[in-house]
Design a protein around this ligand. Sequence first.
Ligand code: SAM
Length: 257
Amino acid sequence: SDHNLVYPISPSNMDWSPYFPHFVEPSTTGANKEVEVEQQEPSADLQAVAASEESATNTGDIRRLTKDVEVADIGCGFGGLLVALAPKLPNALMLGMEIRMQVAEYVQERIKALRVQRADDGLYQNAACLRANSMKFLPNFFKKAQLSKIFLCFPDPHFKARKHKARIVSTTLNSEYAYVVRPGGVVYTITDVEDLHLWMVEHFDKHPSFERVSEQDQEADQCVEVMRMETEEGMKVTRNNGQKFVALFRRLEDPPW
Ligand code: SAM
């Protein structure tokens, strides 16, 4: 359940400094960040809107980073992809988003331990995990065209037709992914459920902002191997001799007005 999830009212209100302390700009200090806590009561929503209108411009005290998060692993689970990818893309800040509190905390502890182990060379400082419902708050965290990669690895299949609206690929959500991914950026998908694979391909294919990446380019991309072999779900499917269906989608340039 998502009540009490904390999320920023806009990307400029997000204080990333606790997540990526090594990337904090030396000159920025202070901690007057504005966040909202999602409540169940509808009246609280109205109060939150009012609060956001008052505080929208009050972002001066947030400790800024030297660079923006550019990779998101949506539904990151136990963090296998993040941990494998962080040393391969050491200059890219990557964020796992995970809705289950204990799982998100596990990944945070896992990264903390790796950072301590690798204090000498600074590895893993570029990876972090945040507890969030990515289906609801993505544009609160990322501004337009901020991301170069989104990973959707082994998303929950929600087999029954009446549960399809819970899938993390849909016409509406694909528009959110199109908003936060920059032209030339890529959405990576992998699943062991063929029906879900076909669903994801269908929904990205029909979205005007995306085109399918060719199989040749897909197989040349080092992230694909990581997705297949280093995610916890990918390892489980390997153990069970299951199939893995991969599809990548490139964010197209927006057409001129
Ligand atoms: N990506 C990981 C992997 O490949 O090993 C985990 C896959 S697991 C089957 C799906 C994960 O997505 C679960 O950990 C689940 O809690 C998380 N999840 C489901 N809906 C989510 C949402 N709306 N926002 C964030 N995480 C979500």
